[in-house]
Ligand binder design. Structure first.
Ligand code: ADP
Ligand code: SF4
Length: 699
């Protein structure tokens, strides 16, 4: 199908200094959890995006020296010739598809703890980032840089830039964002210097300007030099000659960078979850940049709508449509717009499971795209599935995320697929969860899959069809997949930090009750030891309906795990806006219909709270009745010719939607193969590697 001419502007080439991007789709640097120890995994992950039409593909943060060491968080390095070869795998892969490759050289300054290298962190003035999140906390404070230290960092940047050129990169970054070293020079809170690097904005940008200068000298004439900078704080500070210090920074550095990559200052605002922030949320902070420079500007905003993208270009906000999450969720987003297949875009839902992967220290996972990170090790392509050797009948029971994904992927293999769902709507748990405050965009998981399934002729789909053993035997599929989901239990929680006992009674609710339309009466206590989003969002849901709610959790914070998805501060803000008291480090001991007894998790000290209802958001258990019943009829299944029974998603192990989608995809790829297949294990590239050519590493 031809593309709409309105979108032609997105496919114009754009110059970045001496190099030219083939279009305006720019995969900005983003954490992928893929270190230099996973060079093939990383190259294949990035190659999929180049194949899918992104015109520029960048690395994530790439350390220029062991004094910038984020361990145990995964980070790339550009320290030695082994690193050059590891990166060259990616640049070669990206170039195969005509895209440019960019590298985000990075020094973390005071925000890294150098846990592995054991070097004192560097900083402009010895001011540490005192994070409250235990994963980022450290006990080693940074030292103040003297002039020799500044010269060292400039030299490391230049060395890194030269190595990057040897590795084949077309764009080399200077990074001055997100609390890292360049940013620390820009902000007076970090920079207390009294020399020529501190004081006025002209002095505070000096270090970043020198980083740009040494980079340009190092890379030569045929490589672009990009500046990535966080502008949120500086935008809020009045300038001397310009409306803000952010304006002054852009004016001062305009001649030194070939491209401005502009962003927010902290992960929760930069990579904000859709639950709290919409598409294009950076615009009010960064919309001035293009007015201050004739250099191209790239920015992000979880852009998935081509109309929004065109609007950003036409209104002069951006030159490039930056994408991190949209490129993870759909590496083929540009090609789908190019080919007029907009409805096939697998839109990012803004859940931030991807960023949680980095916090977890592992390669990226994505709720929408189960193939992310699996391109090399499992050979999964984001758009293509090998056709089945033999067309078989596949029956999938349950139309939630796992069942829908399994149905789509088995149907793409060419099987004859039947999908049966007990409920009156597709989506399983999402049928309710999409109605909760801020979660509407999550239904894209259902919309994308339903849209594709509805186009296929080898799929039969039935709502309001509760299947039992007899119906399944009558249908006699070759393969049976059970995607029947999980239910919430009424289990409580002990000071040993395990679920224990249950709480029963008419005014004790679970999220399933709320989903079924039962609303608690009177003051309600929400007891959350699930710790992800459900407890917080259900509390918001109840409060929005005028119910007086108190949120109680044994964790140290509300929805504690959402620190991993950048949502935690915003969860607390949302609960505060709804005037919900938050009680942390508390376990629920008893509830007699009028009073709840709480105990401090560590001290056991008890307190009472008057309430009429309790909502327990705790443990989920698989809906396993159907599987149990089938297990008693194995002979009948065999007679019916049912060759395999596979349990997937929450019915197998309750988890996040990302787990369910991946489980459904895996089951489809491995259908009828008789069990779990191993995946390839990547290894670092070293100069002991056969075929490694030391000449490539001329540094
Ligand atoms: P997952 O996240 O693993 O996809 P969900 O709970 O979202 O799990 O979806 C499971 C779906 O399975 C629910 O929509 C539920 O109605 C459906 N289901 C459960 N048991 C049956 C059954 N026996 N027949 C048909 N559908 C079922
Ligand atoms: Fe988007 Fe969620 Fe995928 Fe991240 S994990 S790219 S936020 S859908």
């Amino acid at each position: 199908m031809a593309r709409d001419s309105r979108y032609d502007v997105l496919f114009e080439p754009v110059r970045i200094g001496p190099v030219t991007a083939p279009n305006r789709f720019y995969q900005v640097p983003h954490a992928s959890g893929m270190t230099n120890a996973l060079p093939r995994v990383r190259a294949a992950f990035r190659e999929a995006k180049a194949e899918g039409g992104w015109g520029v593909i960048c690395t994530g943060a790439c350390s220029i020296d062991p004094s910038s060491d984020d361990a145990p968080l995964p980070m790339a390095t550009m320290w030695d010739r082994n690193d050059i070869r590891a990166h060259a795998l990616m640049t070669e892969a990206v170039h195969r598809h005509g895209a440019l490759a960019g590298v985000e050289l990075w020094h973390g300054g005071a925000s890294v703890m150098n846990r592995a290298s054991r070097l004192p962190p560097l900083s402009p003035s010895g001011i540490p980032w005192m994070a409250t999140h235990v994963g980022f906390m450290g006990n080693l404070r940074p030292r103040s840089m003297d002039k020799a230290d500044i010269r060292d960092v400039l030299r490391w940047q230049a060395d890194g830039a030269r190595k990057a050129r040897t590795a084949g990169f077309d764009i080399v970054y200077v990074y001055a964002g997100m609390g890292y070293l360049g940013y620390e020079f820009l902000l007076p809170e970090y920079n207390h210097r009294t020399d020529e690097y501190g004081g006025s904005i002209e002095n505070r940008v000096r270090f970043v300007r020198e980083m740009l200068e040494v980079t340009r000298d190092a890379v030569g004439k045929d490589c672009g030099v990009a500046l990535r900078v966080s502008l949120e704080e500086l935008h809020g500070r009045p300038g001397t000659h310009q409306p803000s210090e952010a304006h002054e920074l852009v004016a001062l550095l305009s001649d030194h960078a070939d491209l401005f990559d502009v962003k927010m200052d902290s992960s929760p605002t930069d990579c904000s979850a859709s639950r709290f922030t919409g598409e294009g949320s950076h615009e009010p902070v960064i919309d001035f940049v293009k007015k201050m420079t004739d250099k191209p500007v790239v920015g992000v905003g979880r852009f998935t709508s081509p109309d929004t993208m065109v609007s950003q270009i036409r209104r002069g906000v951006l030159d490039f449509i930056g994408g991190a999450r949209p490129s993870i969720a759909d590496p083929f987003l540009p090609n789908k717009i190019r080919d007029g297949r907009i409805e096939e875009i697998r839109e990012c839902i803004g859940c931030n499971i991807c960023i949680s992967s980095w916090h977890d220290g592992v390669p990226v996972r994505c709720t929408q795209n189960p193939t992310a990170g699996e391109e090399w090790r499992r050979g999964w392509h984001p758009e293509r599935v090998a056709p089945a050797r033999k067309r078989e009948k596949v029956l999938i029971v349950g139309g939630g995320p796992a069942g829908l994904e399994c149905a789509l992927t088995t149907a793409r293999q060419g099987h004859e697929v039947t999908l049966a769902e007990a409920g009156s709507a597709w989506g399983g748990r999402l049928a309710f969860e999409r109605t909760l405050p801020g979660l509407a965009a999550w239904n894209r998981v259902v919309d994308y899959r339903l849209g594709r399934l509805n186009e296929m002729t080898n799929v039969s789909m039935y709502l309001e069809s509760t299947l039992g053993v007899d119906e399944i035997i009558d249908l006699a599929p070759d393969h049976l997949v059970l995607a029947t989901g999980a239910r919430w239990t009424r289990m409580l929680y002990s000071s040993m930090e395990i679920p224990v006992g249950t709480l029963d009674g008419p005014e004790v609710y679970t999220p399933d009750d709320i989903a079924a339309g039962r609303l608690p009466q009177g003051p309600t206590l929400v007891f959350d030891f699930d710790n992800y989003y459900h407890g917080g969002v259900l509390t918001e849901h109840l409060a929005a309906q005028g119910i007086d709610v108190t949120y109680v959790t044994p964790a140290g914070q509300a929805s504690a795990w959402t620190i991993m998805t950048n949502e935690l501060p915003l969860v607390h803000q949302a609960l505060s806006r709804r005037k919900v008291p938050v009680r942390t480090l508390q376990i629920l001991k008893e509830f007699d219909g009028e009073t709840a007894t709480l105990a401090h998790l560590f001290t056991g000290e008890q307190t009472k709270l008057a309430c009429r209802s309790v909502l327990i958001v705790g443990l989920r258990a698989p809906r396993g009745q159907l599987k149990d019943a089938l297990d008693t009829r194995l002979a009948d299944l065999e007679t019916a010719g049912i060759g395999s029974v596979t349990v997937i998603g929450d019915a197998l192990a309750p988890g996040a939607i990302a787990h369910a989608v991946h489980s459904g995809h895996l089951a489809a790829r491995e259908l009828g193969q008789g069990g779990r297949k191993p995946y390839l294990r990547d290894t670092p590239i070293t100069d002991r590697e056969p075929g490694f050519a030391p000449a490539e590493a001329a540094e």
